[in-house]
Design a protein around this ligand. Structure first.
Ligand code: ATP
Ligand code: MG
Length: 432
């Protein structure tokens, strides 16, 4: 790791050093106490925490005063000698010989009993706490593994624009923004742009934010979320599900391999996914939901509670395929053998988490696409270029979108999606 400033070591490196080694470390005051005139500072950097012992005789009077004055989260540079101490969790502590105060801190507002809303208002400070750091370290590994899977499998990254002219997921959740003397919208999905790119690269993906004006406040909706999307030329519904399954198995394996200790610190038991993901139809899922007491009719989309009930029946993520066409967007390809359902699949994560991936096979014929656009009461002129893609060597193709924060919430076992992103955006939250 890059070392900046005056430090000679990261705190995480101290445990490998011999007794008496002279070092200079830098970090933030995590805890502090005083006993018999000796100040004990637990100092934190990005690699760990170490106890610093500040004692008269070992340091000058000024240094001792500085240590006494250091508030929680004050930043310090400490010089001292390593002491092997079997009672310490890492086996070492530091006997200070000098203390430099870099950035004082008074009355750090985050307290063990701070309430949820207060913590959200202070997310800029809450980020440095153990809980948030651990959640975001899982995020880092999920992001990294998703990107790695696409790269190693030969997918080409193609980003869609953020300003768009028309809806992908329906008008109800569009964010409108002024665009000179016109209206633009924030993108809900890059799917259409990725569909254009398959004709250049065949298998493409992106990882970027999507925006949806979700009015319903739930534990799994943000207004700005990170969306990993892929489109594959020549792929059918099964091919799409194979991609999703392989991707998620890889992500689960890498997160456990690289951040198993972080999951443990979060109190989360999570094993790499093994075995085939079950694939059931909407009709079968509906039977399960009804058997468990849900009042839902054929044709309706599954809400949070119904998805929860279905996902609790399985130990692995489960694909639910062949939804009624009225429950899905116009671009899904109707099943030629049963035109009232479409060739789509949602992936429901276990433990009641529900949908983390939505995808399916897209309509490849211009005629059928126009029919579906009209059937939905939409205006073909809003989708001009999207329809155009069906005119020049159209091919069967499929794709999907995976919600990064929903995936993190599930893997890390977080109660709410907002803790899966550093600065969450919800209908009521635009600060910090
Ligand atoms: P839901 O019905 O739960 O709102 P959706 O059907 O609108 O989801 P898709 O349009 O299929 O979702 O989007 C693909 C994926 O993007 C979803 O499976 C989910 O993981 C993620 N996603 C969608 N909307 C949100 C949101 N508001 N916040 C976080 N993630 C989201
Ligand atoms: Mg939605």
């Amino acid at each position: 790791m890059w070392k900046f400033g005056e430090r000679t070591h990261f705190i995480g490196e101290l445990q490998d050093l011999p007794e008496g080694e002279r070092v200079r470390i830098a970090g933030w005051v995590y805890r502090k106490s005083e006993l018999g005139g000796v100040v004990f500072i637990r100092l934190r950097d990005s690699t760990g925490v170490v106890q610093v012992v500040v004692k008269e005789g070992e340091v000058g009077q000024d240094d001792l005063e500085r240590a006494r004055d250091a508030g929680i989260e004050a930043s310090l540079v400490v010089e001292g000698r390593v002491r092997r101490d079997p009672r310490s969790p890492t086996g070492v502590e530091l006997l200070a010989s000098s203390i430099k105060m870099v950035g004082p801190s008074h009355d750090f507002p985050i307290k063990p009993d701070s309430g949820e809303e207060f913590l959200l208002d202070n997310r800029h400070l809450h980020l440095r706490t153990t809980k948030m750091r651990n959640a975001l370290l899982i995020r880092r590994e999920v992001m990294r593994a998703v990107e790695e899977w696409f790269i190693t499998n030969g997918f080409v990254r193609v980003e869609g624009p953020t300003f768009v002219g028309a809806a992908v997921e329906g008008g109800a959740t569009l964010f409108e923004v002024p665009y000179f003397n016109r209206k633009a919208y924030l993108t809900q999905s890059s799917q259409f742009y990725l569909e254009a790119a398959i004709f250049a690269f065949e298998n493409v993906y992106t990882i970027q934010p999507s925006f949806r004006a979700e009015k319903s406040r739930t534990r799994r909706h943000l207004t700005e979320f990170w969306h990993a999307e892929a489109e594959m030329a020549w792929a059918d519904l099964n091919g799409m599900m194979d991609v999703v399954e392989s991707l998620l198995k890889y992500v689960s394996q890498k997160v456990v391999e690289r951040a198993g200790h972080v999951l443990e610190a979060l109190g989360r038991r999570f094993e790499p996914l093994e075995g085939d993901f079950p694939r059931i139809t909407y009709d079968e899922a509906l039977d399960i939901a009804k058997r468990k007491g849900a009042s839902i009719e054929w044709g309706e989309d599954f809400g949070t509670e119904v998805e929860r009930a279905i996902s609790l029946e399985f130990d692995l993520p489960v694909f639910v395929t062949h939804y009624p066409k009225q429950a899905k967007a116009f671009y899904h390809k109707p099943d030629p053998e049963r035109p009232e359902v479409v060739l789509c699949a949602d992936l429901l994560a276990p433990e009641g988490i529900g949908e983390i991936v939505g995808g399916g096979q897209r309509i490849e014929s211009e005629e059928e696409l126009l029919r579906r656009i009209r059937e939905e009461g939409l205006n073909p002129s809003d989708y001009k270029w999207y329809i155009d893609l069906r005119r020049y060597g159209s091919v069967p193709h499929s794709g999907f979108g995976l919600g990064i924060e929903r995936t993190i919430r599930w893997i890390a076992g977080l109660p709410h999606i907002r803790d899966a992103i550093p600065f969450p955006r919800t209908p009521t939250r635009l600060y910090p």
